[in-house]
Design a protein around this ligand. Structure first.
Ligand code: HGY
Ligand code: MN
Ligand code: MN
Length: 412
């Protein structure tokens, strides 16, 4: 089958070298590092027999034509951007493995009755602009043009960042695929959790991608002199935020499978001898069902408001992003499970607590995901790791799935 797992790992290492930080991996949307990585990925796509180019929002898009030409496509891929201080497989493994599978088909001059489109999405993590899935939403035709005015963490609006990258913000809509063009979207990704390792399995079939909210929570009190304002007279925004963050942990901790995370906090004016008057912290809240997620949010909101009232603070939740739980198509799950079994591997179905581009692509096509075991379930961390044997198993399962793929329904 000419799949080369060592080459997959070497290419992930090559991509990891393009980082904005000298001592670790951070690669954000529309950065010079993304430009370098795009050039490599487009080159690998072409070498694998694909027509490849950047689309209007900076995704790498490669097409391996069907025979006869012009058929709808099985879309594969994952994202090329990373979180801060990231691992080198979250996203990249899926893109490089998909390219490796197409290269194996091309080597055999094998054409299929459907096209294969491989996408390296430019922004899934949302690190620079807060809102996530920007690349896959553009492909799905659900990109919110209002986001073009959203400033990134560096203050540069998305519109300007696209222009500086050499892209025309007025053409973002041209990146969209019509539902009839995409028979299914299937993504290989590291599990980013401990289940496969705990059960001694190299791969697993994903049942659903948990939905999520992202908010900025703005807390406003009264700045003041740290030495003169008595404790009972303070309206300390940071002390109030700290109590709210405790409420995030207790609400999520008491609700089955709900997870709540505060990943970032800013306190102003930020001097040691000034009582913080303003605080902004992030809230990432997820659950297996939309109902569980909404109930947890309502509980958190009630507790935040009670804390704010008691402390004389103003509090506002600023929505940044929301995505519903995305169910993986049952027929795609069955086809992936058949490929796993055909490779002599036990079949394990499991949900994804992490978000993925399939949450956007489900708008135009049925979605499926194949997880690859990662060491200790560690991810979003430099210690993220996979074994060459598991990468080899993932690639062989994916290629077997591709060769046996039967288009299921059209767009849901
Ligand atoms: O946050 C997530 O779940 C994904 O890594 N974007
Ligand atoms: Mn991630
Ligand atoms: Mn990912």
């Amino acid at each position: 089958m000419a799949l080369d797992a060592q080459r997959i790992l070497a290419r992930c290492a090559e991509l990891a070298a393009h980082s904005e930080q000298p001592d670790g991996l951070t690669r954000v949307f529309l950065s010079p590092e993304q430009r370098a990585v795009n050039a490599l990925v487009l080159e690998w796509m072409r070498a694998a027999g694909m027509e490849a180019a950047l689309d209007a929002i900076g995704n790498c898009v490669g097409r391996y034509e069907s025979a006869p030409p012009g058929a709808s496509a099985l879309m594969l891929g994952s994202h090329l951007d990373t979180v801060r201080d990231a691992g080198r497989y979250d996203g990249m493994l899926g893109v490089v493995t998909a390219i490796e599978c197409v290269a194996a088909l091309a080597l055999r001059r094998q054409r299929l009755p459907f096209a294969i489109v491989v996408v390296g999405f430019g922004d899934e993590e949302g690190v620079r602009f807060g809102s996530t899935l920007l690349g896959s939403r553009a492909i799905a035709g659900t990109f919110d043009l209002a986001l073009l005015d959203r400033p990134g963490r560096d203050g540069v609006p998305l519109r300007e960042a696209l222009q500086s990258f050499g892209l025309d913000p007025t053409r973002v809509a041209t990146a969209a695929f019509a539902p009839r063009e995409v028979a299914a979207y299937v993504e290989l990704h590291i599990e980013q959790g401990p289940v496969l390792e705990a059960e001694g399995l190299p791969v697993g079939v994903v049942t659903a991608i948990n939905g999520g909210y992202r908010f900025n929570v703005n807390v406003t009190g009264m700045a003041g002199h740290a030495g003169t304002v008595p404790m009972a007279l303070r309206r300390d925004a940071l002390a109030g935020a700290a109590e709210c963050i405790g409420a995030v942990e207790s609400v999520a901790g008491n609700a089955l499978d709900v997870v709540g995370t505060v990943g970032r906090i800013e306190a102003l004016p930020g001097a040691m001898n000034v009582i913080p008057g303003r605080v902004r912290f992030s809230l990432d809240l997820r659950a297996p069902t939309d109902a569980q997620r909404a109930a947890a949010l309502a509980d958190m909101r009630t507790r935040f408001e009670a804390i704010a009232r008691r402390r004389g603070l103003a509090l506002a939740l600023e929505p940044v992003w929301e995505a519903s739980t995305a169910q993986c198509d049952a027929r795609l799950q069955a086809q992936l499970a058949a490929a796993v079994a055909a490779e002599g591997i036990g079949v394990r179905h499991l949900p994804s607590g992490a978000g993925h581009d399939g949450m956007a692509l489900i708008a135009i096509a049925p979605i499926g995901m194949l997880f690859v075991r990662c060491t200790g379930g560690i991810s979003h961390h430099p210690d993220e790791a996979v074994t060459v044997e598991d990468v080899d198993a993932g690639a062989h399962v994916l290629l077997r799935f591709i060769e046996a793929f039967e288009a299921t329904s059209a767009a849901p």
